[in-house]
Design a binder for this molecule. Structure first.
Ligand SMILES: *[C@@H]1O[C@H](CO)[C@@H](O)[C@H](O)[C@H]1NC(C)=O
Ligand SMILES: *[C@@H]1O[C@H](CO)[C@@H](O)[C@H](O)[C@H]1NC(C)=O
Ligand SMILES: *[C@@H]1O[C@H](CO)[C@@H](O)[C@H](O)[C@H]1NC(C)=O
Ligand SMILES: *[C@@H]1O[C@H](CO)[C@@H](O)[C@H](O)[C@H]1NC(C)=O
Ligand SMILES: *[C@@H]1O[C@H](CO)[C@@H](O)[C@H](O)[C@H]1NC(C)=O
Ligand SMILES: *[C@@H]1O[C@H](CO)[C@@H](O)[C@H](O)[C@H]1NC(C)=O
Length: 512
């Protein structure tokens, strides 16, 4: 029997955080943590809880040497939204701001219309899709016949990861399984309809996760709860979702397998809308994810967990595809959007005008981040594993812009104004440290007449203005009624710090 020496240490520390609180609501708050450290011989238990917060029934987590508490409160979450919505959002997510979305699957073989191809052809039976099949494929060709053509011969996870890393993104969300049901990993619950059995004959999720982690990019997995044509799903649907055959034998085993095998930091759930969260057992799964899974401290989830749940519950809100509300939101949210404005999956017949220009992309990033959102920028690789040069170009331009202007984006928080009150197309962010608050005005249009009038900032005599990526400082005068008028000298084209949108860093404001 071993001797137990108990040492209880108490330490108080104060930290200033300008971030999301437990409900994911923005605040600049002073937080007092009480750290209670209980050392039992070789075993060290940490309990960290917010002082004065209602203590929850908790089984203290046991940290072995490789894990350390990071300041979040550790609790056991019950499988209901009330409880799950209280979990603090892991801080990496809000700080990251920029993610890449990838839609890749069997739908990338026809690469016609969109990733909803199978549904368009045999569910909705759209004429153009039915005609496309009649004209180009033999009679009797089935959707499953596309799978062997999902060849992925040029798929190189390290190349993809380099493209994403160069784009300035901090996380990547990959379709592990879309509504067609084909899994991009060798799932034991998707017999003969997975990337090891048919098509690439490779573990795509595995190869990609490894490559992303080598570059310190967070790995996220998109997963569709429903499958358009799965017989067990259709059976449950027929039974008005009073049976859960599909959920018990497919959805849940698959989700647990994904998390245990690949340890993703984002579960991007989708395909939820036909049935209630109680059918999907969503809260039970998320409670496991937050309490007991191997990623319980780092994982983030979205809000697509059952009909009526989106934009109401979950880790962060997506609300709709391409959600971009243009004003500050009370909860952390994400704008999932796509560079091909017409589709998430690759389309061979897309026109150039369907792709967002870099100006449009940067405008969207800036507006999103100013309003408290993250952005998830989607690319659709082709069936052979290529990210086409048009996508590569957009992503490398984004990286070029972020290299100069990232200071105003990563780890920023929304300012009290999101856009300017006088001049259109000026968006604000702020950075807060223990001692300094800095406001960033990002201008999407270069000012005319050598001056930029900003209505929102209240300057003090010490206010200074710089442009990110340049050593120039700018002189300014008080605005006609309020605000400030920044003088913009002539800057030769080859001395501009970047080509598309410019950031003024404004220090020592009265209202920062
Ligand atoms: C689709 O094709 C059917 C049969 O050819 C035709 O009756 C219908 O009008 C078409 N629908 C559209 C929207 O073109
Ligand atoms: C599938 O099952 C086999 C045999 O039990 C196991 O070795 C393998 O790891 C499982 N695959 C996954 C992805 O969990
Ligand atoms: C990833 O990108 C960052 C920033 O551009 C760069 O410093 C780093 O070297 C890149 N990592 C790899 C493995 O290429
Ligand atoms: C699913 O939810 C029901 C209650 O709605 C619960 O009885 C059951 O244990 C849950 N199953 C799983 C696998 O979580
Ligand atoms: C591409 O543009 C041409 C010419 O405007 C148009 O006819 C065609 O429908 C477009 N293709 C797609 C897929 O939208
Ligand atoms: C600021 O943004 C809001 C919401 O998009 C818009 O209604 C308003 O006109 C903008 N202000 C200016 C000066 O452009």
């Amino acid at each position: 029997m071993s001797v137990h020496v108990k040492v209880i240490l108490f330490a108080c520390f104060t930290s200033y955080v300008a971030s999301f609180n437990a409900q994911g609501i923005y605040k600049s708050i002073k937080t007092d943590y009480v750290v209670e450290q209980e050392a039992v011989i070789s075993n060290v238990d940490f309990k960290i809880k917010l002082k004065d917060s209602k203590p929850k029934v908790s089984s203290p987590l046991r940290f072995t040497n490789q894990q350390k508490p990071k300041g979040d409160s550790y609790e056991t979450y019950k499988p209901n939204w009330d409880d799950l919505d209280k979990r603090p959002l892991p801080t990496w997510y809000d700080e990251a701001k920029i993610g890449i979305f990838i839609h890749w699957g069997v739908f990338s073989v026809p690469s016609f219309r969109s990733e909803w191809f199978w549904w368009d052809w045999q569910g909705a039976k759209y004429n153009n899709t039915v005609d496309f099949m009649k004209k180009n494929y033999r009679p009797g060709f089935t959707y499953a016949d596309f799978a062997p053509k999902f060849t992925a011969e040029f798929f190189n996870a390290d190349q993809w990861a380099d493209i994403f890393n160069t784009s300035g993104a901090r996380y990547v969300v990959f379709t592990s399984k879309h509504h067609e049901g084909y899994t991009n990993w060798p799932s034991n619950y998707s017999f003969n309809w997975n990337s090891m059995a048919v098509g690439p004959k490779r573990d795509i999720v595995g190869e990609l996760s490894t490559a992303l982690r080598k570059r310190n990019l967070h790995v996220g997995l998109y997963h569709s709860l429903f499958e358009w044509f799965h017989p067990l799903y259709l059976q449950d649907k027929e039974n008005k979702f009073r049976t859960q055959q599909f959920v018990k034998s497919k959805t849940l085993p698959e989700l647990y397998e994904l998390v245990n095998t690949y340890k993703p930091d984002v579960i991007w759930s989708d395909g939820d809308w036909e049935a209630l969260d109680t059918y999907w057992n969503s809260t039970e799964f998320i409670a496991w994810l937050y309490n007991d899974s191997p990623v319980k401290d780092s994982v983030v989830t979205n809000d697509r967990w059952g009909s009526g749940v989106m934009c109401k519950h979950g880790g962060y809100f997506t609300c709709s595809d391409r959600y971009n509300p243009g004003k500050l939101q009370s909860r952390k949210w994400e704008n999932a959007m796509t560079i091909d404005s017409q589709s998430w999956g690759y389309r061979r017949n897309a026109n150039l005008s369907d792709y967002l220009s870099i100006e449009q992309l940067i405008d969207t990033i800036v507006e999103t981040v100013s309003c408290g959102g993250n952005i998830l920028v989607n690319v659709g690789p082709s069936h052979d594993g290529v990210i086409k040069p048009i996508f590569q170009e957009r992503l490398s331009q984004m990286g070029e812009w972020l290299k100069v202007n990232g200071e105003a984006i990563y780890s920023s928080v929304p300012w009290k104004f999101q856009n300017d009150t006088v001049t259109p197309k000026v968006w604000y962010t702020e950075r807060i440290t223990d001692t300094v608050k800095t406001v960033y005005a990002i201008i999407l249009q270069w000012p005319e007449n050598g001056a930029l009038l900003l209505g929102a900032p209240a300057p003090s005599k010490d206010t200074t203005v710089h442009m990110l990526g340049s050593d120039m400082s700018f002189t300014w005068a008080k605005g006609p009624s309020r605000g400030m008028l920044i003088k913009i000298p002539f800057i030769p084209y080859n001395q501009m710090p970047c080509k598309w949108a410019w950031t003024f860093k404004i220090s020592n404001l009265l209202n920062s």
